[in-house]
Design a protein around this ligand. Structure first.
Ligand SMILES: *[C@@H]1O[C@H](CO)[C@@H](O)[C@H](O)[C@H]1NC(C)=O
Ligand SMILES: *[C@@H]1O[C@H](CO)[C@@H](O)[C@H](O)[C@H]1NC(C)=O
Ligand SMILES: *[C@@H]1O[C@H](CO)[C@@H](O)[C@H](O)[C@H]1NC(C)=O
Length: 370
């Protein structure tokens, strides 16, 4: 066991490294124009070493060459610099924390979206009650928080429960429109999808710099019917996983209208559109199965080819699941391994685990694409 002072000095070291890494990255960003500004990462599985990480979602940041993991139970975000071919070993930086939400009972970190054009990380902090009761209790507060990666610190947060009035919940993931990549006049907005039941809230800038939250779709049906589990945005299109399928929403519309794209058997978790495939390949993580790979050759997602499912030996009922996939570095795709917490360590929010596996599925995806 480390002593407290050792722990603090390690934290300080990480903090300094983090600042240095960001300065180095900003420096390097100015000289390059392409998406390949981050060094390649080596092939192969690896293990995340971070006490109580319990990663529920993850996103790749191609501007700062970081992967952000939402640490479910701690209600915080852990940035990782992955191992590179140059030999720099993977390293976690101090967590991004949220005042009154991080390390408090009743707030879990879940959905994540990183927007390279603005350097903003959008985070869903939800109430765990709906997930623990399968929608029987949708109480507790849900927040959408925007965090400025470049300058550090929270930009704004909204209390989503003010809009739902606590009548529905389970806000699990967020997609953000990047107006530099849309084809129509769709405004910049964040769309937050819910599980108990299916619904979508739209959050965008309103009068006087205040956030305006509107119900964009649903809520549909009883709270005990599980709805959406994940979402991903490309241009004006949002793919949403849930209810045994992947759905397409047109974000240029004033109200959400789901169009069923393709059925997915065995339950869904997140859906990702990895940067490496330019929004033409979708990875649907399936907690107890593995990952299903979809493709839209023209990237419009008017239709989807179902290429196949990468089955995993990792999941085990009520013990461990695959909640998400994530791109690590400019090319490689990983399945994230999540454990159930077991007994909560007294005085903390989570179980005692420090190791979480990452499974490299790049070659399997490539195999399905050819
Ligand atoms: C979670 O919080 C505990 C304190 O309760 C801390 O020791 C641990 O490092 C945190 N882990 C992460 C990934 O934030
Ligand atoms: C969030 O909004 C709900 C509903 O209005 C309210 O009950 C709750 O106190 C708010 N939470 C915070 C932290 O302001
Ligand atoms: C961690 O917790 C589990 C119960 O959830 C227990 O069986 C195990 O012995 C604990 N391990 C350590 C190192 O404390």
């Amino acid at each position: 066991m480390r002593t407290k002072s050792q722990h603090i000095s390690i934290m300080l070291l990480f903090r300094i490294n983090f600042v240095l890494a960001i300065i180095a990255t900003i420096h390097c960003v100015q000289g390059f124009h392409h998406t390949q500004k981050c060094p390649p990462t080596p092939a192969g599985d690896f293990t995340l070493h971070n006490y109580q990480l319990y990663p529920e979602n993850a996103v790749w940041d191609p501007e700062h060459c970081l992967v952000y993991f939402s640490a479910l139970f701690n209600g915080s975000i852990s940035p990782l610099s992955p191992t590179t071919h140059r030999g720099t070993p993977s390293q976690f930086h101090p967590p991004l924390t949220f005042h009154h939400l991080t390390l408090t009972d009743g707030h879990h970190a879940s959905g994540l979206h990183y927007t390279p054009a603005t350097n903003l990380l959008t985070v869903v902090i939800n109430s765990p009650k709906p997930f623990l009761t399968a929608g029987a209790d949708v109480g507790g507060d849900n927040f959408l928080v925007q965090y400025d990666i470049k300058h550090g610190g929270e930009v704004w947060r909204v209390n989503l429960t003010e809009t739902t009035l606590g009548r529905w919940g389970g806000f699990v993931d967020v997609g953000v429109v990047d107006t530099t990549t849309t084809t129509t006049t769709t405004r910049r907005a964040a769309y937050v999808v819910s599980s108990y039941p299916a619904g979508i809230l739209r959050v965008r800038g309103g009068k006087g710099g205040k956030r305006e939250v509107a119900v964009w779709y649903g809520p549909r049906g009883e709270t005990t019917v599980e709805g959406y589990t994940g979402c991903a945005v490309v241009g004006d299109v949002m793919l949403v996983a849930g209810m045994g399928a992947v759905w397409r929403f047109d974000l240029s519309k004033e109200r959400g209208e789901p169009v069923r794209l393709v059925g997915v058997e065995g339950g869904t978790n997140r859906v990702k559109l990895p940067e490496a495939y330019g929004g033409r390949v979708a990875l649907v993580s399936q907690g107890l199965v593995g990952v299903t790979v979809l493709r839209s050759r023209d990237g419009s997602w008017r239709s989807a080819e179902e290429l196949g499912t990468i089955r995993s030996g990792f999941p085990r009922e009520l013990e461990r699941i695959v909640p998400s996939t994530v791109q690590v570095g400019p090319r490689r795709q990983y399945m994230v391994g999540q454990y159930f917490p077991g007994e909560i360590v007294p005085g903390t929010m989570a179980g005692n685990r420090s190791d979480f596996p990452m499974f490299d599925i790049t070659e399997e995806i490539e195999g399905l694409l050819t």
